[in-house]
Write a protein that binds this ligand. Structure first.
Ligand code: GLA
Length: 360
């Protein structure tokens, strides 16, 4: 099926946006902290046309599902909620959005922590900007996308994923200060490339666990008398908090410090050590890991040619990211997946993208 077959006429415009993988700086963005994501090769494409019957119609090629919005006071669920959310946040900002036919296709893996939702939101907003000549820049696109996610998908997320999808590319790391939105484009560490492997465990508790962590961080910041945990630089300050706030805050403070160390310039070996420390902190202090993720990360960390590895994204399942020696990611992945299988799990290599390179 294509746009023409679903809607009976060709689209008027289209836009794409990539997923992202975060190398360092996890669960720091809603604490006004620092992150280091990069775009992945997989992307989402949104084709748009005007709908002639006064209703929005959204079609997902991946799900082979069509959703029609017959009552705009009733938010849809699933993939349609992100598109509907984008339309609604633009309308609330004063833009007039006509009834639309929307066709979505995506190569971003869903449920792996690689921001398929941000890719859909940013692609939708880019396509709307083109169709309607909206005077919004890439940072505003990320901000509208984040609002759509918070208010229409129910995740109290930070701004990392949407900024990465809107501003990052696959060749660089994007350092972002999530409070000021100051950013710096940095090269990947020397002689290194990125490997992303899905753990095969879906992120079931992600939304509730995520929102709970965010609430704990806000409580910790309030108790310490700061606006956000980003304002604490000395980890000793967190010791006066009761558990579990103490460990939650310790993760955020040490994670921010790890990102800031990278900003000073580090070797690939040191970058890898910081990723390993990040995983331990996410597992022990932030408690967002799972046995499958710990197993995968442990196998990666023990494998020759791997500088460092950690879970990536919100946790509670999904993918792990590793920094590995240039040119070795596929061999390393084969070895790691074999060992992971022996441990009783089935993983999958996501980056480099075998599907996209096969298609090329
Ligand atoms: C999800 C959220 C982001 C960020 C990460 C954890 O991807 O959407 O805003 O908080 O989790 O670092």
């Amino acid at each position: 099926m294509d746009f023409q077959q679903v809607f009976g006429k060709p689209p008027e415009t289209q836009a794409s946006a990539p997923g992202r993988v975060n190398l360092l700086g996890e669960h720091t963005d809603y604490n006004d902290g620092f992150v280091l994501p990069t775009a992945i090769p997989q992307s989402t494409t949104v084709e748009l046309g005007l709908s002639s019957d006064g209703h929005h119609h959204f079609y997902s090629e991946n799900l082979d599902e069509q959703v029609s919005i017959l009552d705009i006071n009733h938010s849809p669920s699933g993939f349609a909620s992100y598109i509907f959310g984008c339309i609604e946040v633009l309308q609330k900002a004063g833009y007039i959005i006509p009834s639309l036919s929307v066709y979505v296709t995506s190569s971003v893996p869903m449920g792996s922590g690689l921001s398929s939702s941000a890719a859909l939101e940013v692609a939708t907003l880019r396509a709307l900007r083109q169709l309607l000549n909206l005077p919004i820049d890439d940072v505003e696109i990320a901000q509208f996308a984040q609002q759509a996610e918070i208010h229409y998908a129910g995740v109290q997320c930070g701004i990392m994923d949407q900024m990465a999808s809107s501003l990052a590319d696959t060749e660089h790391i994007l350092f972002l200060d999530t409070r000021t939105l100051e950013r710096r484009v940095m090269p990947l560490p020397e002689n290194a490339e990125i490997l992303v492997i899905d753990s095969g465990v879906p992120r079931t508790l992600a939304t509730s666990g995520y929102n709970q962590r965010r609430a704990e961080c806000e409580e910790a910041a309030r108790s310490l008398g700061v606006k956000a945990l980003r304002d604490i630089t000395d980890v000793k300050v967190t010791e006066k908090l009761p558990e579990p706030l103490r460990r939650r805050a310790r993760h955020v403070v040490t994670e921010d410090n790890r990102v800031l160390e990278v900003l000073q310039g580090v070797t690939s070996e040191r970058f890898g050590e910081l990723m390993n420390a990040s995983h331990a902190s996410l597992r022990d202090d932030y408690e967002v890991s799972l046995p499958a993720l710990d197993t995968l990360v442990e196998i990666l960390q023990k494998t020759e040619g791997v500088f460092g590895a950690r879970l990536t994204g919100a946790g509670f399942g999904g993918a792990c990211v590793a920094l590995v020696k240039s040119g070795q990611s596929k061999d390393i992945a084969t070895h790691v997946l074999e060992q992971y299988k022996q441990a009783g799990y089935t993983g999958k290599i996501l980056v480099p993208s075998l599907e996209l390179s096969d298609a090329a």
